[in-house]
Structures are given as structure tokens and as C-alpha cells.
Design a protein around this ligand. Structure first.
Ligand SMILES: [Zn+2]
Length: 383
């Protein structure tokens, strides 16, 4: 069977988005005979666009044992930029899906988008330089923001949650960085990172909880991330008590106001004063009874509402991520117990910790960029 332009595009797109693949996987993906892929692969190897690589064990890469095919890592790099309320993280990945750089900096709390985007441009440039790459090696950027995002065209949705970012678009960020940019919400990208490279790998139906100063979910159903009109997965703003405390979203009594980190540290303040997150973790490590109780109650409440999500979506796996996942079984067990108690008649999903730690969101931003950029190698690599 002759190699068509569309087969070549499919194979290169698959290697860009999925990373290391065997010839057999590529043939299945492209829907062509293995012999067709073999001929094409020989051509791509000869042109230096594709290389064979043993499983490298890189932080983002989990190739199958034995030889895989990847895009030539020297063809370029993709950045994941994760904006948080008070800091910024950049991860850099080559086109064989190896993490090749990381950088981070603090941001003023409640910063506007101007300060944050300028810091991101600087940090991406520093990460490229540290990896020995020129600026034009960057082929795409994925951006995570801690608030609602509308997609296609990508833009930050005006909301009380991220007031300094109203209406910021991917096109504006792309103009500053000089490459294509995709944006999504941090919980969606945590879920995408875990789905592609972490605890959600191989699982078509999963719920990834991000348990931090906010509470959010990324929802995978039938292998695809559910975005709705851009705000799917906002479990933190489900109403627990409509007469409850005022939430940052403008409503009262949202789940976040009872169970996010700020609610936990507020509940512990009479006994322990104002706690930082590391101080809270130290109390939990020492099994301080008050801290264990308050965190357990928060996790149980989250689990109760996750059970509703499980009844609606019937996931195979619930993945717990975010800074509170560092507490391990102290959050996992109450969530597991509540889900077991309240999920019916659907089968009870397994409840596990994320496996990518604090990098899952920036890795998810990289996965988004790799999925959505139209970039493909067109000629022989430089040098
Ligand atoms: Zn709310």
C-alpha cells in the first residue's frame, strides 16, 4: 500500500501527541498495514525526523519495554506553564516526551495577568537557555490557570475566582511567546497529566480530584476530557449549605468553604494558630489528633460529593491529587469510605493517589499543547 500524505501526517501527529510508540501501535493508530508503516518509518528515520529509543524512564515518558519510535527530541521543545495564585511553574519537554527543564518563581498574591504573563515569558526563556535551546526551538505552549476557561477560542472566563485575568485569550499569550498556545483550567490539566503519564494511564473513565486551596475535578469519560462549555468539574462550588460561609465564587456554603485547605487551617487556628501548609503536613505526620480529625472530616465531605459524581459518571478510578494528597491515607481512606458508602447502584471505583506529584498540572499543560498544536516536522532537523 503506498504511503499517503495523510498516513505520514497521522504517524507524525501520533508520535507528537502520544510519545514513544511501537511500529505495530503506529500501524493500528493510522489504520494501515504494518508493512506500510515500516516503509514510512524507514523514510522518517533516514530523514532524521524520527529516532528509535529504548525506554528511557524520563519523568514524563513511560514507553513500553524494548525499542520504541519517537520524534527526534532535537526537533524542538514544548512548555507547560502553570499559573497558581501565588507562583508560577514552567516545565519543558522535548518531542520524545522527556522533561528537559523546569523553572519556578513566586508571584504576588492576587496578581494581574500582566505581571504573570511577563514572568512566564521570562521563565520560559530561562528554561530554554538552561536546556541549551534557542528561543525558536519552542514549538507550542500549554497554559494552566486556576479558574474557569472557555475553549476554542481559548480564553479565561470572567469570574470572581480569577479577577485579574478577565478575558485573557490564548492569542494574547501566544503573541508574547511567539508560538501557539492552548489554555485550560488547572483541574482539567491535572487530570490530563495523570491520564497521559500518571495514575490515570490506560483508564478511559476517571475522576481526578485536585485537593488544594480550591477543590476541583477533571473528568474523563470514554477516554475524553469532559469540558462542557468550559466549567465542567467545579465540584468545589457545589452547595453544601446555602446559608453557609461566603465563598470566593460569590455563593454561600460551597464545598470549598468547608473542605479546602483554608477551611482546614481555619478550623485548626484556635488550637494551633495560623498554619502554613508545611506546618499542617508536619502535624499530620506527627498524627496530631485534632489535625487528623479535621482533615479526615474534610476528606469525608469531599468523598460524599465525589460519590455523586461517581453515580453520574460511573468512573473506574478516582485519583486524588493536589497538595493535600501528600497526607496519603489520612485523606485517601475517608474519601474511599465515603465513596463506598454513597456510590450505588454503580460499581464502587478504586480510589488512588496521583503518581505525578505537584508536576501533574504542568505536564497536563504540555499534553494539551502536544495534542492541539498543528506543528509537525517538515524537514531535516537543524545541526
Ligand atoms: Zn463557591
Amino acid at each position: 500500500m503506498p504511503v499517503t500524505r495523510s498516513t505520514r501526517t497521522l504517524v507524525l501527529t501520533a508520535l507528537r501527541a502520544r510519545g514513544p510508540m511501537s511500529r505495530a501501535d503506529l500501524a493500528r493508530y493510522a489504520g494501515v498495514a504494518p508493512s506500510t508503516v515500516s516503509g514510512l518509518v524507514q523514510e522518517l528515520l533516514a530523514a532524521g525526523l524520527v529516532v528509535t529509543a529504548p525506554h528511557s524512564g524520563g519523568a514524563a515518558q513511560r514507553g513500553r519495554p524494548g525499542l520504541s519510535l519517537t520524534l527526534n527530541p532535537r526537533l524542538g521543545a514544548v512548555a507547560g506553564v502553570e499559573f497558581c495564585f501565588d507562583r508560577l511553574r514552567v516545565l519543558l519537554c522535548d518531542l520524545a516526551h522527556n522533561v528537559i527543564g523546569t523553572a519556578r518563581c513566586e508571584l504576588p498574591y492576587a496578581h494581574g495577568s500582566g505581571i504573570a504573563l511577563a514572568a512566564a515569558e521570562k521563565l520560559v526563556g530561562e528554561a530554554l537557555a538552561a536546556a541549551g535551546l534557542r528561543r525558536d526551538a519552542l514549538v507550542a505552549v500549554g497554559v494552566s490557570v486556576p479558574g474557569p476557561v472557555s475553549r476554542h477560542p481559548d480564553a479565561v472566563t470572567p469570574s470572581a475566582i480569577l479577577p485579574g485575568w478577565h478575558g485573557v485569550t490564548a492569542a494574547e499569550i501566544a503573541a508574547g511567546l511567539g508560538v501557539a498556545v492552548s489554555i485550560d483550567n488547572d483541574s482539567n490539566l491535572a487530570a490530563l497529566g495523570e491520564h497521559r503519564w500518571g495514575a490515570g494511564r490506560g483508564c478511559a473513565d476517571s475522576v481526578t480530584l485536585k485537593f488544594h486551596y480550591g477543590i476541583g475535578c477533571g473528568l474523563f469519560a470514554n477516554g475524553a476530557l469532559i469540558r462542557g462549555r468550559g466549567g465542567a468539574g467545579e465540584i468545589g462550588h457545589v452547595t453544601v449549605d446555602q446559608r453557609g460561609p461566603l465563598c470566593r465564587c460569590g455563593k454561600r456554603g460551597c464545598l470549598e468553604t468547608y473542605a479546602a485547605i483554608s477551611a482546614i487551617t481555619d478550623a485548626l487556628r484556635p488550637r494551633h494558630g495560623t498554619l502554613t501548609l508545611p506546618e499542617l503536613m508536619r502535624l499530620l505526620a506527627a498524627r496530631d489528633p485534632g489535625a487528623v480529625r479535621v482533615v479526615g472530616d474534610a476528606a469525608e465531605l469531599i468523598g460524599t460529593h465525589l460519590a455523586t459524581v461517581c453515580n453520574l459518571l460511573a468512573p473506574q478510578r478516582v485519583i486524588v491529587t493536589g497538595p493535600m494528597a501528600q497526607a496519603g491515607d489520612l485523606v485517601l481512606e475517608p474519601i474511599r469510605t465515603a465513596i463506598r458508602r454513597h456510590t450505588a447502584p454503580n460499581p464502587v471505583p478504586e480510589v488512588v493517589l496521583g503518581s505525578l506529584g505537584g508536576r501533574n498540572t504542568a505536564l497536563g499543560a504540555i499534553a494539551l499543547a502536544l495534542d492541539e498544536t498543528g506543528w509537525l516536522p517538515a524537514k531535516r532537523p537543524r545541526g
